[in-house]
Design a protein around this ligand. Sequence first.
Ligand code: NAD
Length: 506
Amino acid sequence: MIIENERTKAASGKTYEVRNPATGEVVDEVPFGDVADVDRAAQAAAKAFTTWSKLAPNKRAEILHKAARNMLAKVEEIAPILTREQGKTLLESRLEAQRFGENIAWFADLADKVHGEHVSLPDTTTYGLVVRRPIGVCGAIVPWNFPLTLAANKVAPAIAAGNTVVLKPASTTPLATLACIEALIEGGLPEGVVNVVLGPATGDAIVGHPLIRKIALTGSTPTGRKVMARAADALKKVTLELGGSDPCIVLDDADLEAAARAISIGRFFNCGQACLAVKRLYIQEAAYAPLMEKLVARASKLKPGNGLDKDSRMGPMHSETQRAEVEAQLKDAVDRGAKVVYGGGRPKGAEYEKGWFIEPTILENVPDGARMWTEEVFGPALPVRKIKDLDEGLRLANDSEFGLGSSIWTGNMAAAHRAVSELEAGYTWVNALQIAHDELPFGGTKQSAHAAHWWRVDRAGPRLHQGQLHDRRHALVLDRHRPGGSRAVTGRGCPCLQAASRLVSR
Ligand code: NAD
């Protein structure tokens, strides 16, 4: 763990092993933290807050830029650490590590651009001013699928605005996170500004700690429910970014080559373990056969393998439990009559025996009610259904409790416009151009959506691809409920990034 810029053991002295999902080998042993360690980390962060929050914002920006440069110089060292603990390919790890440093730098630029508001009051001699100030100590709880990207999305805006952080990576992916924070510290991040605690018990302890005033969690929907309920005891602010089951509709007039490429990345990137992945595919009749052929051709090139091997195109799943879950969802579909069009099992060969490998899989004729339609499929398996027209596509796409993202491929502007208006998700990609409409701040489940509406002016344009990590920044969000209110936040394709911005200020 890291507390007050020092590597620290757990108060209990306990440790646990981190294993490589491709080989089962122990990669490292790390402290098994608990309530006592979270308390130390929170005290350290509270102490650091008294000075960090008072630094001039441009000075904070200068420190963060220097720290980010130091971290970015270590991307090649950090990427293999991430691959060993998470499983993803080296290319995917490099993108993530790079993104971590870039996020710190990007938010550093916002440190002196946090704006308040002027509010007119009925009496013309008085007026209200909304002044944005840092919240205090923030708790950042991160899942294992994108350990670095999601950590940076939380930590970067928080510290840029003068908050301090207690950060908890997923228990199975602590190592690259430690390496990134250490690199920031070496680059000049002051003591106690970011503290890292490890071990499964530390999440709940963070949510319950009285000094921690805001919680940002990315994780599964059931965990989000627990965290929200627990945080309610102390009326803490929470930002939850939870599960999704994003539909993708492809109409007959779509550019099928471009659609196949984006859908393949959107479903199989990171071995399918992404919140905003393409998780349900609806193809119109004439496009069905040619698009399926292209998707199968692409899937057949995704050679599973150890992420460190340069020939691997898809790493293993992160854990045995995750693989078992996806296999159970596949079995449920097949038992109900679905046809496996590609994959469907584990790859054969000695090199796959000790890891959690699974083939990229495409299924058709998956009946209504199958788990693949009703649950989040957090792995590289794609159910596909033929649709008659856009009406049917929209109806099926919206027949889900999830609402994180969605996409449509069409050459028809009127169809695209209808999809943007009628798809009940936080984001819709139209031919890979991303449009944010309703933000669902509590994790993308419709039940928990509330009335915040955001319109994004997207400067990155059609370079964005569903599920792909892309490299442009687009930043302007207009909040139409506050006349004149606009503020820069992060972008890049995930509601979690917008939501993370709320760490910035109160
Ligand atoms: P998870 O919910 O099991 O764990 C996420 C984090 O929460 C971990 O660090 C875990 O230790 C911690 N945690 C677990 N129980 C807790 C509790 N009671 N109190 C506090 N912390 C607790 O999720 P996971 O399996 O690690 O991640 C996969 C999930 O994350 C998927 O559902 C995926 O869709 C979702 N996700 C969402 C987004 C998004 O932006 N919406 C992004 C990435 C992943």
